[in-house]
Design a protein around this ligand. Structure first.
Ligand code: VGL
Ligand code: ZN
Length: 249
């Protein structure tokens, strides 16, 4: 049995996001998570840059307002010596189930549809298709050779908003394992879209037992209401909301 299956069994089934409407409650308590980080681990910090890719930026197929503004914020954050830096990358096959275009000609964008895997899925425009420019990181974003890139959304049948799990909670990416290998305790998370992939990555990070800091000025979402709603959910789950300039060496 994999670590993830144990996790899921222990908790009586994980209800992951099935649409853009986020989790309403956290089904796990940090204390119940069987591999919770031990309290006496020395603090080690990782920066997690979520989906700063061309298709979510100006001119992209799923552009988020002001998304490009996060780039200089992350670049400045690179002045700090992080214990690890991870970037998530939305990376879909052309026939991905989250694309409206794969469900016929008259499926409205942003409508919700039940897909083969049984989950409700927002019908997105084609975006971050493997091998396309749209899937590449913003050209001005600083990426070092030692950074770790975690691709997600590669399974045709299921979307993956979180950098940790897919939306049906069937599969785990390598992100948690790599963080644990590096003995990381604290995650500083920001990126695009604040109310979709950033939110779900943040909420999963809390469930997995990390100390989670959401970097507000390094994030942009689909709109003010969505952003406020996401912020509220993070606060309810004990996330600390910070500004990039508050983070010190
Ligand atoms: C995202 C919608 C679809 C995101 C990814 O990165 O927030 N949003 N795929
Ligand atoms: Zn996507």
């Amino acid at each position: 049995m994999t670590e993830w299956q144990k996790f899921s069994d222990n908790n009586g089934g994980f209800s992951s996001p099935t649409s853009i409407s986020p989790h309403t409650s956290n089904p796990f308590s940090k204390k119940n998570w069987h591999t919770a980080l031990s309290e006496d681990m020395p603090t080690k910090r990782a920066l997690i840059i979520v989906d700063v890719q061309n298709d979510f930026c100006a001119g992209g197929s799923l552009s988020v307002p002001e998304a490009d503004d996060v780039v200089p914020v992350f670049n400045k954050l690179r002045d700090i010596s992080w214990d690890a830096v991870f970037l998530t990358r939305d990376y879909h096959p052309q026939d991905h189930a989250s694309f409206a275009s794969n469900h016929g000609t008259d499926v409205p964008l942003f409508s919700i549809r039940k897909i083969k895997s049984g989950v409700d899925q927002v019908m997105w425009p084609n975006h971050c298709v493997q091998g396309t420019t749209g899937s590449e990181f913003h050209k001005d974003l600083i990426v070092h050779d030692t950074d770790v890139i975690v691709k997600k959304g590669m399974n045709t049948d299921i979307d993956s908003y979180s950098g940790f799990f897919d939306n049906a909670a069937q599969e785990k990416t390598e992100l948690d394992t790599l963080l644990r290998e590096r003995k990381i305790t604290d995650l500083y998370i920001g990126g695009i879209a604040l109310d979709v992939c950033v939110l779900f990555t943040v909420l999963d990070a809390v469930k997995l037992g990390y100390n989670v800091f959401f970097i507000e000025d390094a994030s942009r979402g689909l709109g003010p209401e969505q952003n406020e709603n996401a912020r509220k959910q993070m606060l309810e789950q004990g996330v600390t909301i910070v500004n990039s300039t508050d983070i010190k060496e």
